[in-house]
Design a protein around this ligand. Structure first.
Ligand code: ARG
Length: 404
């Protein structure tokens, strides 16, 4: 491989990405490693992570505050798309990767780097999301993935790092592999690799246990404008504040945990635990808002679009032609998604208990009512059913279907 001058490395501060720094220099002939750590609201001390990169031999170490674009440009479109991979997982990790990769490319451009690098292994989803995004936004950039190639065990990686002054992790490593951002936490590995072994309570941080959740239910009202949530309990909040508030309220009541089997992009099944309280709450409320304000044909078709949108994002195609086209379809449906949804939170549940829309409700009480104000024309049902069932009746007659 030709010697590379500058490489931008996605950096987390963990053992693997730290070891990547000397490894890139020694094995790939890189002269300057620029590290990039993204602030996605994970609540870590990013300055000390930045320093750790420098101590590990980085030429330059950059922190990017991506919290606002993460929520505005990634999480909120996912709410409009009711995005749930496998009908369950709201893509909390998957949504972050294209944003990180986009910033890697931007930094590579700014500093005239020849390549970008990341520490993903060869059987996860994140490598796919990084690589596809880099290919889409910086097709000329080389992608270097040491952890996919070095074949070192964790101990070997630690020993390798120690040779370059990277201290072995002091605390005993958590038995789990955890990814955290403002939207949620994903927890894998350790005893969770046995799909029958239940998650222990201590792995959760954003959601209360059922036992500790308040005894009393709490009702909240979420307001939507053009398919985006804009207020909770009549308090107008910007997207970021709203997401944080939704996390707190849902998390307090223990809503938002998932324990599921997931089909990874690379073809294997894995057992995943998530806690994504706010995002799941907002998607549930958004779906309800749509059910009041969208026509049945649109609802039915949009559910197919939503499913495909979620699959594309999970599978790394955030920057792809079908995803862009589906975005336009979804946007075109959201102008009428306005109103309020009332939800009762209690002991791990979030149950819709009301919905209203002054401007865009398609519910007509005079047509639905069973009382004397009913304005539905019952007689016209006869002619409708005559034609609606015609072909079925002909089929039944010609097949001699009559019950004797
Ligand atoms: N299975 C989830 C996903 O693909 C979570 C991945 C977590 N990533 C990680 N590097 N720990 O979105």
């Amino acid at each position: 491989m030709k010697d590379l001058k500058r490489v931008v490395l996605a950096y987390s501060g963990g053992v693997d990405t730290s070891v990547c720094i000397p490894y890139l220099r020694e094995k790939y002939g890189v002269s300057e490693v620029i590290t990039f750590v993204a602030d996605l609201g994970q609540g870590e001390d990013l300055e000390s992570i930045r320093q750790k990169a420098l101590q590990s031999g980085a030429f330059k170490s950059i922190i990017g505050d991506l919290v606002k674009p993460f929520i505005d440009e990634f999480a909120f479109p996912a709410i409009r798309a009711n995005a749930l991979y496998g009908d369950k997982y709201p893509l909390s990790t998957a949504l972050a990767r294209p944003l990180i990769a986009k910033n890697l490319v931007a930094i590579a451009r700014e500093f005239n780097a020849d390549a970008v690098a990341h520490g993903c292994t060869g059987k996860g989803n994140d490598q796919v999301r990084f690589d596809l995004t880099i290919n889409a936004l910086g097709p000329d950039l080389e992608i270097i993935t040491p952890a996919r190639e070095w074949k070192m065990s964790r101990e070997e990686a630690i020993n390798y790092g120690e040779r370059f002054g990277i201290p072995a992790p002091v605390s005993k490593k958590s038995p789990y592999s955890i990814d955290v951002n403002l939207l949620g936490r994903s927890i894998e590995a350790g005893i969770l690799e046995d799909p029958m072994s239940p998650p222990s309570e201590d792995i959760f941080e954003m959601t209360s246990s059922i036992k500790e959740a308040p005894e009393e239910p709490e009702d909240i009202v979420i307001e939507f404008l053009n398919g985006f949530p804009v207020s909770i309990n009549e308090e107008k909040l910007n997207h970021l504040e709203l997401m944080k508030r939704a996390n707190l309220i849902a998390g307090k009541h223990g809503f938002g945990r998932l324990d599921m089997m997931e089909d990874r992009i690379v073809g294997i099944k894995s057992r995943e635990i998530y806690e994504t309280p706010g995002l799941l709450l907002l998607i549930k409320a958004h779906k309800e808002m749509e059910s009041l304000t969208l026509n049945p044909d649109v609802l039915e078709f949009k559910s197919l679009v939503d499913k495909k949108w979620g699959q594309l994002v999970y599978r790394g195609f955030w920057y792809g032609p079908l995803k862009s086209a589906l975005d336009e379809f979804i946007s075109s449906t959201q102008h009428s998604v306005n109103g309020m949804v009332k939800i009762r939170l209690h002991k791990g549940n979030a149950v819709v208990i009301g919905r209203s829309s002054i401007q865009n409700s398609l519910y007509r009480e005079d047509l639905a009512t069973y009382n004397k104000n009913d304005s539905f024309d019952h007689e016209s049902a006869k002619g409708f059913i005559y034609m609606w069932g015609m072909s079925n009746k002909i089929w039944a007659e010609s097949n001699n279907n009559n019950v004797k």
